[in-house]
Every structure is written in C-alpha cells, then in structure tokens.
Design a protein around this ligand. Structure first.
Ligand SMILES: [Zn+2]
Length: 462
C-alpha cells in the first residue's frame, strides 16, 4: 500500500494551491490578464484540435484570445444536444454519463470525476473533469477560502492555522450524491476536519438540534438555509458560536447578511460557483464584491444580443469560459445569471475584477402585475428581504399565482401573535414603489410549512 489516496490528493492540491495563491496575492492587473490570455490560447488550441464540435464551428481554424468576443456562445441546449462532439476525449460519452447519473456506471473510467449541475431550472448537465483538472478546481477553492480566512485565523494563518485550529465544518446544502457540492465534500473529506453535512430540505428544528450538538466553527450553505438559522440564533434556539459563515449557490440578500451579523457578529463571505467551472468568484476581506478568479475562468457580461457590456452595467446573461477543463471544453457557455462586474481596484489589494451585484437567475424572476395590468419583473429576494427582517417570522414560503400575484405563507414564532398583517405591509412597502398593486400580495399564517426545494435542495422560487 502506498500513500492513502486522500493524502496524495491533498498534497497535490496543496502544491497547486501554493503556486496559484502566490500568483493571486502578488499579481498586478496586467499580469493577471497576461496569464488569462496565455491559458485561453492553450484552451482554444486544444478545443480546435480535439473537440469535433469546435473544430466544425471554427471550420478548422484556431481562434486567438483576441477573437473570443466574436465566437458564437454555447447554450445549455447545444451542449446537451452535441455532448459527445463537445467532449475532447474518446473514452467518455453521454450514454456512460447518463448511466452514472442513474447510479449504474460500473465501467466509467476512474480517471474522471463527474459533477452534476443543480437543475432547478431544466434538466441537469454533467460536467466531467479528469483527476488533474478536478484537483486544480479544488486548489482554486482552497486558495479562495484562504484569502478569506486570513480575517478569521490571522494573516500568517492560512492553511497551517486551519489545520491547527481543527475547524468543525457544517454544510447545509444537498445530500444528492451526484451534485457538484456533494462531490466536492467527498473530495475534501480528509479526516483533518470534522464535518457535518445537512440537507437544506431537513426540517428547521432538526437542523437546529443537530447543529447544537455538533457545534460548528464554520457554517456554510445556501442563503435560504443560513437565513432561517440566523433568525433561530437571534431567537436563542440555535446556540452555536461560528467564526466563519460562508454562503453560495443562491442569491444572498442584504437581510440575510444583516441577520448573520446581528446573530454572530460576523460578516458572511459569499461565493459564486457552478458545476461547469467549480469556483468562479469569492468575496474578499473588504466585503465589497466577489473577486473573479480570472486565472481559472473568463467571465463576460453580455446583453440580450450577446454584446459584451462595459464595466458596471448589469447584463442579461454571462458567458463563461473554463480555463482548466480540457475534457469538456466550455468556451463562452451561456448562464442566465444577472450580474455586473467592476474592473476598479479593490481596497483589499487583489487585482482580480469583482462581481458587484449578483441578482440570480433570470428564470427565477417573479412576474407581477401593476394595477393597470402592466408586468413588473421582481427578483424573489426583493420580497424575501423584509420578511427576513421580521423577528416574529420563523419560516416563510413565497409562491406566484396565475393572476400575477403572490401568496406568502408564514410560520410565526409565538402562538397567539399573528404577524401576517405586518408582513403584508412590509412586503407592500417594497413592491408598491416598483409599481405592483396592493391587491397582488396575500399573506397567510400556518403552523408549519415544508419549503419547496428542487432536486438539489435549492429553494424553488416563484
Ligand atoms: Zn477585494
């Protein structure tokens, strides 16, 4: 027997992370862009040579990095329809990937790690990484959390103090074994860190109970799970003293941030990642946006016609290029997230550009009506924010109805006091100024609700 596999993987990940960490801390803006350009060049050459899809699209030519903004984007539908052609390897295909999803892929080459997307909207996509690419993705995640953890464990700290402190990490996302977050959790399980993984779909009481027993020092999860837990901590039911709170996977509202700060005296750190690219961006110590890891990914904000927008303007979608996955090259892959990017310098000193507003998926927007019948598009977190701020509300659920209105079901904390009227006023106070009619929102109280969550336990909005 050689080195245990997890130790081997850990060492390889740490070696890669040291290289990338140094580069991130010291690099100037022009150095980052030069590195990104070099890696993009290699990716484009590789795709033109080994991926039949891109070879056909580009008619046998190899585009240069300067041509990126003129290349045709790849939609999710195109990726699914041409999956085998996009693949730049010969020993994987859609049929074997589907068998893996169904839990019957006994012959899948073990040099690959497969990660499924969330699929809260539409069918999930499986992204294969070879082991080296997967370790590189893990290295970006470790680096990202180290850039964060300085604030928590001190500048000299980083990984050394992380191991010395023996953090107790609780994650609240999904137990779905094929989802990217479950795959990452499995890869990071080293025995050095105590781990508790909860499903965001578990009843809140059960989450509180298990967290009270586990006593995590690091708490991470979907904002829709962290929000109710922070309110439970303010209420006194949840008795934990975390030193670090991390969110990802959904849009985080200002109200969740404020409740986390009130409950535990901490600024939460938000991360943006997808199965398609693993980590894309992470919040820095200045808490002024999420730095885009531009040595791992190219993120372009575009309008509905696909034109790249200038700094600061929120787009209709983003186009992502994964710079380290050669197995399934994704070049200008369309994601319907609404966000704005800033290239301005950040007070923290890192020279990566930042995502300044992250408003979530276009498909999640609620379609509401004004009194004169006009459509008003509103992101669900606009409605959630005032409800998060109300200490009388234990849980809530928002659903749209066919007449362009909203039904909000709330579970009050105390029996006898019904905050439904106040909740209605609070929601109206944010929606009426946007043009939504007062009769659009109904609020009802209930003794309990089971929040609707998708196949990967993300909240189903709207
Ligand atoms: Zn920063």
């Amino acid at each position: 027997m050689g080195l245990p596999l997890f130790l081997y993987n850990l060492i390889r990940v740490l070696a890669m992370r040291s290289k990338r960490l140094g580069a991130a801390r010291r690099a100037s803006r022009s150095e980052i862009l030069a590195l990104q350009k070099k890696r993009l060049l290699h990716l484009l050459e590789h795709a033109a040579r080994f991926s039949p899809f891109y070879r056909r699209r580009w008619a046998g030519n190899v585009p240069g990095p300067e041509d990126l903004s003129s290349l045709e984007p790849v939609s999710k539908t195109q990726l699914i329809d041409h999956y085998n052609e996009v693949l730049a390897v010969k020993d994987l295909d859609l049929a074997s990937v589907r068998r893996w999803m169904a839990g019957t892929a006994v012959n899948l080459p073990n040099r690959y790690v497969l990660a499924a997307t969330s699929g809260t909207t539409g069918q999930p996509v499986v992204i294969p990484y070879n082991r080296r690419e997967w370790r590189e993705g893990m290295a970006y995640i470790v680096r990202s959390s180290e850039l964060t953890m300085e604030e928590v464990w001190g500048r000299r700290g980083g990984l050394v103090s992380l191991i010395r402190e023996r953090p107790r990490v609780a994650g609240i996302s999904t137990l779905n074994p094929i989802h990217v977050s479950a795959q990452l959790t499995r890869s990071f399980r080293t025995g050095l860190v105590a781990n508790l993984l909860l499903s965001a779909a578990e009843p809140l009481e059960q989450q509180i109970d298990r967290l009270n027993r586990f006593q995590p020092t690091v708490l991470g999860g979907y904002p829709s799970a962290i929000g109710p837990l922070s309110r439970a901590a303010l209420d006194g039911a949840l008795k934990i003293q975390p030193r670090l709170i991390v969110t990802g996977g959904e849009t985080v509202s200002g109200a969740v941030r404020r409740n986390v700060s009130r409950a535990w005296g901490l600024n939460l750190f938000d991360f943006y990642g997808l199965a398609e690219t693993l980590i894309i961006a992470g919040e820095c110590l200045a808490h002024q946006g999420l730095h885009i890891y531009e040595d791992a990914v190219v993120l372009e904000v575009v309008d509905e016609k696909g034109r790249v927008l200038p700094s600061g303007e929120p787009g209709d979608k983003v186009l992502l290029t994964n710079l380290f996955n050669r197995t399934l090259p994704l070049i200008r892959y369309e994601v319907s997230d609404i966000l704005a990017v800033s290239h301005d310098p950040c007070p923290c000193g890192l020279c990566f550009s930042r995502i300044m507003s992250l408003e979530g998926r276009r498909e999640e927007l609620l379609e509401l009506r004004s009194p004169d019948g006009q459509t008003v598009m509103v992101h669900p977190f606009v409605v959630e924010s005032p409800l998060e701020e109300m200490p009388q509300i234990r849980q809530f659920q928002i659903s749209g109805d066919s007449r362009g209105g909203l039904l909000i079901v709330i579970v009050p904390y105390e029996q006898g006091s019904d905050p439904a009227d106040r909740a209605k006023q609070a929601v109206d106070s944010v929606l009426v100024p946007l043009g939504v009619g007062r009769d659009a929102v109904q609020v009802q109280s209930a003794a309990s609700i089971k929040s609707r969550r998708g196949p990967t336990d993300k909240i189903m909005r709207g």
